[in-house]
Design a protein around this ligand. Structure first.
Ligand SMILES: O=P(O)(O)OC[C@H]1O[C@](O)(CO)[C@@H](O)[C@@H]1O
Length: 450
């Protein structure tokens, strides 16, 4: 079970801080929000109470396990959840282990960008004959995902391999070009539920396939997610992590704290912060309210890694503008630990010798947290007793629900992303896609470069 500590959110040293009364005053909005989550269960919650999605992935387990590598091709919500699960629940050196050390499980790669240096370097690493590609796109129209799919497909054909044997399409059940191709060519497909958008889709087959392929216990992730939902639909606001996360971020936003930093004191948890960035940014950064008034709201999510970013960001967090609320992610248990040896007699080093790295890292967290509190900066802390499937499942569901509740507080629709469309259309026009001519902009002539 994750533990949540909001003590430093209510710290009296914070100039223009929030009080427990401020939370109590929002109870009605929260009750409405929770009732919505109970009576009108969102698609991203429904999936974890339905065996269908896990079964759809287990059905192709033997096919998947016959490969050495799984390469996910997708971007945004189709990639970030995969990356977060892989990095938090498998060792950081996973892809360097041999098959026996991986218990027969697959190496996992994610191609989410269209930087040719990056794509080539991943393709260089794998033996294509031993590789299964999971092309993930809800819409089937995202340029980056489709370009990389075409590259992979071309490569398979160049090697004389039957694409059908090396491809899985994870896409909308009815719509989109991937669905059409899959039907014509009888390519294996997994469904992304119609009512679950990309950034909320990690617990659908989008995230489940690569997790299963890496030997991650997907049932335990679901158990964690279910327990988070059950805790969130309780009306005791003080015992409701999702509601409190949403509320403290919203109330501090109203007081000018328009940046939400998630600072993980664990390299494994860092990728959850990356996943959170899309969730919080795309869901809450909106021009219009639910009742169509121009409001231009949103809180900018930033990720940071402890202790590394103490030496790059913390000066700013401690002394810079009062525009941030910080969430610390902590783990009580590391898979491995390292004792710092006694190598010197110099007393400047004696405080380190004989101690462990885990103790140093967590004390760095406490030090940073205390310094921020003394400087009047709000922070909360989420503790993982252990980084395992159950707790990661909880974390994901708590944050998806917090985002839904924050949508009500900010009075925006957390499930759309109209602001992404214009840039996409201009790109289509620049790439010569028919039907998008009106979006053509002249990229170079009118600009001045020095
Ligand atoms: O799965 P798709 O449809 O390719 O979309 C990828 C990503 O693009 C967006 O639609 C826009 O950035 C995200 O919401 C989504 O996660």
């Amino acid at each position: 079970m994750l533990k949540f500590d909001f003590t430093n959110v209510f710290n009296e040293k914070i100039p223009n801080g929030i009080s427990e009364n401020d939370i109590e005053n929002q109870k009605d909005v929260i009750y409405n929000s929770i009732n919505q989550l109970k009576n009108n269960i969102p698609g991203f919650v429904e999936v974890v109470f339905n065996r269908k999605w896990i079964n759809s992935v287990l059905n192709i387990k033997n096919f998947v396990k016959s490969y050495e590598n799984l390469v996910v091709v997708g971007i945004g919500g189709s990639a970030l959840g995969n990356i977060a699960l892989q990095n938090s629940l498998r060792p950081i050196n996973w892809n360097f282990l041999n098959k026996k050390e991986r218990n027969g499980n697959l190496r996992i790669f994610v191609i989410d960008n269209v930087d040719p240096d990056y794509v080539s370097s991943i393709l260089d690493l794998i033996d294509i004959k031993e590789t299964l590609f999971n092309v993930i796109s809800k819409s089937g129209s995202t340029a980056e995902a489709m370009a990389n799919y075409l590259i992979v497909r071309g490569l398979l054909e160049t090697h004389g391999l039957n694409p059908k044997n090396h491809l899985v399409f994870t896409t909308d059940p009815k719509k989109g070009v991937l669905r059409k191709i899959a039907e014509t060519e009888k390519i294996t497909t997994l469904e992304i539920p119609e009512n679950v958008g990309g950034r909320f889709s990690v617990l659908t087959p989008v995230g489940l396939l690569s997790a299963m392929a890496a030997g991650i216990d997907i049932e335990a992730i679901y158990e964690g997610a279910k327990s988070a939902y059950n805790k969130t639909i309780n009306e005791d606001i003080w015992n409701n992590p999702s509601a409190l996360i949403a509320l403290v971020h919203y109330l501090y936003y109203l007081k000018g704290r328009n940046i939400s930093v998630m600072m993980a004191y664990s390299n494994k948890l860092y990728y959850l912060a990356d996943w959170y960035r899309q969730l919080w940014a795309e869901s809450l950064g909106k021009a219009y309210s639910k009742d169509n008034k121009k409001i231009n709201v949103g809180q900018t999510p930033v990720k940071a890694l402890g202790a590394v970013d103490q030496h790059s960001q913390i000066q700013l967090y401690n002394e810079g503008p009062d525009d941030k609320i910080i969430t610390f992610l902590k783990t009580e248990t590391f898979e491995r630990n390292i004792k710092i040896p006694h190598s010197h007699i110099e007393k400047e080093l004696s405080y380190l010798q004989g101690q462990t790295l885990s103790k140093l890292l967590n004390n760095e967290l406490y030090g940073t947290e205390a310094a921020l509190a003394l400087n009047g900066k709000p922070s909360l802390r989420i503790t993982f007793p252990k980084i395992d499937e159950f707790n990661v499942g909880q974390f994901i569901m708590y944050y998806e629900l917090a985002t839904a509740i924050a949508g009500d507080l900010f009075n925006v629709n957390p499930y759309d992303q109209p602001g992404v469309e214009l840039g996409k259309k201009i790109t289509y026009a620049l790439m010569g896609r028919k039907g998008f001519e009106e979006y053509n902009v002249t990229p170079s002539n009118e600009r001045k470069e020095i």
